[in-house]
Design a protein. Structure first.
Length: 436
C-alpha cells in the first residue's frame, strides 16, 4: 500500500460512499474531491465535504497510516491547518488540530474493492518494459490515442521549458538562444553537453561577423573546441600539401581571432568530445563543420526557423554540405578512405524534431501565438516516425508508429510513465485499475 494508490482511490472515489461515517462516527458526504496538489502542502485542495450536515471547505491529506501525519511533521506546518478530512488506510493514531479539536478521519481499508488494489499491484510489480503490455489490447483505442495526444503536448511543453530557461540565461535574446539550442542538438545526444558548452563559449554575435569567411568560423569553432592540433604534431605531413596549409590556416586564424575577442583562455579539452561508438559521419568534427556551414548560410537562425511556412524550408536550412576539406576527412590530419557524406535527411529530421520544433513551441507560448504551435505539430505529422528500441516496443502492441508525432508521443509515454510505473497517472493504466 502507498499514498499514490490511495490518492488515486480518493480522486476517483473508488470506494463505498453510501452511508459513510468518519472514524469518529459522524455522517460523511463528499461534495467535491478537490484538485491534486503536486507542490508542497496538503494533497488535495478546494475540497468540499459535509460532516454531520455541516459543509466544510478546505483540503484533504492522504496517508497510509494516520501516524504519518507526525512522521512528516505536519503538526508544525500551518498550511495543514486547512485540512478538513484526513484520509488514511489505517488509523493508528488520532490527530489534533492546533485548537485541540480532533481532525476528522476516514479509513479506506474495508471500503475499497480488493480488485483495485490487486490490479494496481500487478502493474506495479510487472517486469515487462511496458507494465500493462499483457492487458493493453483490452483498452479501447480512444483512450490510447487520447493518451498519445496528452503526452505529445507534455513532451513539447517540457522541451519548451528548457528553451525558456536558456532564453532567461541569455537575457531574452532569441537569436543567441536559438543558436545555443540548435548547436546543442548537433551533438545528437552523445555530444550534446560539449556542443552546448562550445556555443556558450563562442557567442553567435562573434561568429556572425565572419559569415563571409567560412575558414574563420571553422577556426573559431575548432579552436575553442580544443580540436586543433599543434603544428609540431603534423611532422609526417608534407608542409606544401593542402592538408598542412589548411590546418596551419585554421591555427593562424584562431590565434588571431581568439586574441581579438579574448577567447584564448577558454578552449575546451579534446577529452570533452566523444568519438567512440559513433559512425565516422557522426563524428563531432563533421558536425562542427556542418554547424559552421549553417552559421555561414543563415543571417539569423531563429528568424529562419520561425518565419518558415513550410517544412521544406527547414529541410533547405539543414541541407548542410561541409567544406571541401571535411568532405575528405573525418578528423584533422587524417584522410578518409571514402567521401564523407553531407548531412542526411535522417539527421535533418532529428534536428527539426528535437531542436527546431521545441524552439517554435517555446516562442509560440512566449508570444501567445498558438497557431505557431499548431504549425509545429503539423510538421511533426509530416516527418517519418523515428525507428528505435522504444518505438519497436510499441509496435509489438499494435500501436502503429507512422509519423514523428506518433514516435515522440510514445517515447514520452514510455520514458515518463511506463519506466517509472506511473500507471495511475496514465489514461490506460487508470482504466485497467478502476473497479469493474
Amino acid at each position: 500500500m502507498n499514498e499514490d494508490i490511495l490518492s488515486f482511490i480518493w480522486r476517483f472515489q473508488y470506494f463505498e460512499t453510501e452511508n459513510m461515517l468518519t472514524d469518529e462516527g459522524a455522517r460523511l458526504s463528499v461534495l467535491r474531491t478537490g484538485y491534486l496538489n503536486n507542490n508542497a502542502g496538503p494533497d488535495f485542495s478546494e475540497v468540499r465535504v459535509q460532516i454531520d450536515g455541516v459543509d466544510w471547505a478546505g483540503c484533504v491529506e492522504i496517508h497510509v497510516k494516520s501516524s504519518d501525519w507526525f512522521q512528516h511533521n505536519h503538526e508544525t506546518d500551518l498550511s495543514y491547518e486547512s485540512v478538513v478530512l484526513h484520509v488514511v488506510w489505517e488509523n493508528d493514531k488520532p490527530v489534533l488540530r492546533k485548537d485541540g479539536t480532533l481532525l476528522p478521519t476516514l479509513t479506506l481499508k474495508g471500503l475499497v474493492k480488493l480488485s483495485v488494489i490487486e490490479r494496481y499491484g500487478y502493474l506495479l510489480h510487472e517486469k515487462e518494459e511496458i507494465p500493462c503490455s499483457k492487458s493493453f489490447e483490452s483498452v479501447n483505442d480512444l483512450q490510447k490515442y487520447s493518451m498519445m495526444d496528452r503526452v505529445l503536448l507534455e513532451r513539447l511543453d517540457k522541451k519548451a521549458s528548457q528553451v525558456m530557461n536558456l532564453l532567461k540565461a541569455n537575457q531574452q535574446d532569441w537569436e543567441e538562444t536559438a543558436y545555443q539550442w540548435l548547436s546543442q542538438h548537433f551533438g545528437f545526444k552523445l555530444n550534446d553537453p560539449a556542443f552546448l558548452r562550445l556555443s556558450q563559449l563562442v557567442p553567435l554575435k562573434i561568429l556572425q561577423k565572419h559569415r563571409n569567411s567560412p575558414i574563420q568560423i571553422e577556426a573559431l569553432l575548432f579552436g575553442c573546441a580544443g580540436l586543433l592540433p599543434e603544428l609540431q604534431d603534423l611532422e609526417g605531413i608534407d608542409k606544401s600539401s593542402h592538408e598542412y596549409v589548411y590546418i596551419r590556416e585554421l591555427r593562424r586564424e584562431y590565434l588571431f581571432l581568439s586574441s581579438k575577442y579574448r577567447l584564448s583562455n577558454i578552449p575546451m579539452s579534446v577529452q570533452e568530445w566523444k568519438f567512440l561508438r559513433l559512425r565516422p559521419a557522426g563524428f563531432p568534427t563533421i558536425r562542427l563543420a556542418q554547424l559552421a556551414v549553417l552559421i555561414s548560410k543563415s543571417a539569423g537562425i531563429f528568424s529562419s526557423l520561425t518565419s518558415a511556412d513550410h517544412i521544406e524550408e527547414l529541410y533547405s536550412l539543414f541541407n548542410l554540405k561541409q567544406s571541401d576539406y571535411w568532405s575528405t576527412h573525418f578528423q584533422l590530419g587524417k584522410l578518409s578512405k571514402s567521401k564523407v557524406p553531407s548531412m542526411g535527411k535522417d539527421a535533418a529530421n532529428l534536428l527539426i524534431i528535437n531542436a527546431a520544433i521545441p524552439l517554435m513551441v517555446a516562442y509560440s507560448k512566449h508570444r501567445q501565438q498558438p497557431e505557431m504551435q499548431d504549425k509545429a505539430i503539423k510538421w511533426l505529422s509530416e516527418i517519418p516516425a523515428e525507428n528505435n528500441r522504444i518505438t519497436r516496443e510499441w509496435e509489438l502492441l499494435d500501436m502503429h508508429v507512422k509519423t514523428a508525432a506518433d514516435s515522440q508521443s510514445l517515447i514520452e509515454w514510455y520514458n515518463h510513465y511506463c519506466t517509472q510505473h506511473k500507471c495511475l497517472e496514465c489514461i490506460v493504466g487508470a482504466t485497467l485499475v478502476r473497479p469493474v
